[in-house]
Design a protein around this ligand. Structure first.
Ligand code: SF4
Length: 367
């Protein structure tokens, strides 16, 4: 698996950037801080290593989430036009539609048009910058039922308005910096924005286009449904990286499946929006939240929102490339230790750059 990853990434990455210690957020920079400079080292604006690493991560996640919001806004506009015309371009398939209706608390007896109006109205509210905590969106409790994701309610990670969080994150630097922990919580909340936007967009696209792309299928839920009746350790393999060779997914799946035989069940996944589906599936099957099980996500992706998204769904996460957090002890401790107490799961850094030994260590097995 390591060899395949290396084939995909030929040019060496910037060592400062890998640790989160290179900032170009304003025209004074770029500023770089050497990990050997000690705690007094600062960027020209006065940000210390902890703030620099935390803000860099926030900018990365916010940029991705903004892209997700744009896609969702376009999908909602399309849905609005079609709802007025009373129907989808193609008729949605019955089975997938039934699954989507159930997810949002509807039965198959409801008309597609009535459901489309509901989804349109609630998505518009969720996108509005004027939504607040006084009127939580019913879409959120449909996508993240409290039984399956208790930690996102306990730790108030669910966003009120998808848009406001992005505005807040992108305006960092124009106001006094909040505490590092506050920025890191923002990172987690914003990764939820990305997850929510992607899943809503997929469901809306399905209503408007009717014809699901292969990734819209129910195969992930079928895999969960086919798991044994008693809970067992699970490894989710999430590969969403255009830079990796095409056959990486099948090779990694084969290798991991062999290595995990008798230890854990493997669920391959091509898109982060399948993560909440898996969480809901586990709860339906075993009445357990993801963070109440031995569940780890191996994420091969350049997208930090995918890594953090798996964390907020309750998975412990090993990723390649690693999160750019190791330039700051405070940030590293937050993701690798403190989250264990708060969310019941944590980030597990790759061992010597390798994912498999970290997964096995997490599962209590020797590499
Ligand atoms: S925001 Fe601060 S650390 Fe970043 S480039 Fe500007 S001066 Fe340097």
């Amino acid at each position: 698996m390591k060899q395949t990853e290396e084939e995909g990434r030929k040019s060496p990455a910037c060592g400062y950037g890998l640790m989160g210690l290179c900032c170009f957020s304003c025209l004074l920079g770029p500023c770089r801080i050497s990990p050997f400079e000690g705690e007094s080292a600062k960027g020209l604006c006065g940000d210390n290593v902890d703030l620099m690493v935390a803000k860099n991560l926030l900018h990365l996640v916010a940029g991705e989430a903004a892209g997700g919001l744009k896609n969702l806004s376009e999908a909602v506009q399309n849905l609005g036009a079609l709802a007025v015309k009373q129907g989808a371009r193609k008729r949605p398939g019955k089975e997938v539609l039934k699954g989507i209706l159930e997810k949002y608390g509807f039965t198959s007896r409801v008309s597609v048009n009535r459901f489309a109006h509901y989804l349109l109205r609630e998505s518009q509210k969720l996108l509005s910058p004027f939504s607040g905590p006084e009127s939580p969106s019913p879409l959120l409790s449909s996508l993240y039922p409290e039984g399956a994701f208790p930690h996102v309610y306990r730790e108030t990670i669910l966003p009120d308005s998808l848009t406001n969080l992005i505005f807040d994150a992108l305006s960092q630097g124009e106001k006094e910096s909040p505490a590092v922990q506050v920025i890191l919580r923002q990172c987690l909340k914003i990764s939820m924005v990305k997850l929510i936007s992607e899943e809503l967009r997929r469901d809306i696209d399905y209503l408007t286009d009717g014809d699901p792309s292969p990734e819209m299928g129910t195969e992930v839920l079928d895999v969960v449904e086919d798991l044994p009746p008693e809970p067992l350790p699970v490894v989710v393999l999430l590969v969403r990286d255009d830079d990796l060779p095409e056959e990486f997914m099948s090779r990694a799946t084969k290798e991991l499946r062999q290595r995990l035989k008798g230890i854990a069940r493997l669920i391959p996944l091509k898109n982060m929006r399948g993560l909440p589906s898996i969480g809901r599936g586990f709860f339906r099957k075993w009445s357990l939240p993801v963070n109440g099980m031995s569940a780890v996500a191996a994420v091969f992706s350049q997208s930090p929102a995918s890594v953090l998204g798996a964390l907020v769904c309750g998975f412990s996460v090993v990723s390649s490339p690693a999160l750019p957090i190791h330039g700051s002890e405070v940030v590293e401790r937050f993701f690798c230790k403190d989250l264990k107490e708060k969310l019941g799961c944590a980030y597990v850094p790759p061992r010597a750059g390798e994912v498999l030994p970290a997964i096995l260590e997490f599962l209590g097995e020797k590499a």
